[in-house]
Write a new protein. Structure first.
Length: 111
């Protein structure tokens, strides 16, 4: 049986491992001005992380590379990305993505 002390130490350890990487850069860089190159680079971090998380679910189907007609999410992503790129609107992008998926499911019985 696991003791209460061990559970507490585990929780504190998880807290440190989770929050230290977030708080440490704030402490180090909050009083300093970052170079313009670093600021420009940091702008792309959220897009890169989102792309890295999203791409596998768009191009893989049950662990296999799938870009065929049956991969509804891949085909719905194409107009969604175009709308996101042109409008820079999260709301419009979500509406287009949901609309394409709902329309394909209702009209074509896909997915």
């Amino acid at each position: 049986m696991i003791s209460q002390g061990r559970v507490f130490v585990t929780i504190v350890g998880m807290l440190v491992v989770t929050y230290l990487p977030r708080v440490l850069p704030l402490w180090l860089f909050s009083s300093r001005a970052l170079p313009p190159l670093a600021i420009a680079w940091l702008r792309y971090v959220p897009v890169a992380v989102l792309s890295a998380m999203l791409l596998p679910s768009l191009v893989l189907d049950e662990g296999r590379f799938a870009l065929g007609g049956h991969n509804l999410y891949f085909w719905a992503a194409i107009p969604t990305f175009f709308v996101a790129w042109k409008t820079r609107s999260l709301f419009a992008s979500v509406l287009v993505g949901m609309g394409v998926v709902a329309g394909a499911r209702a009209l074509l019985n896909i997915g």
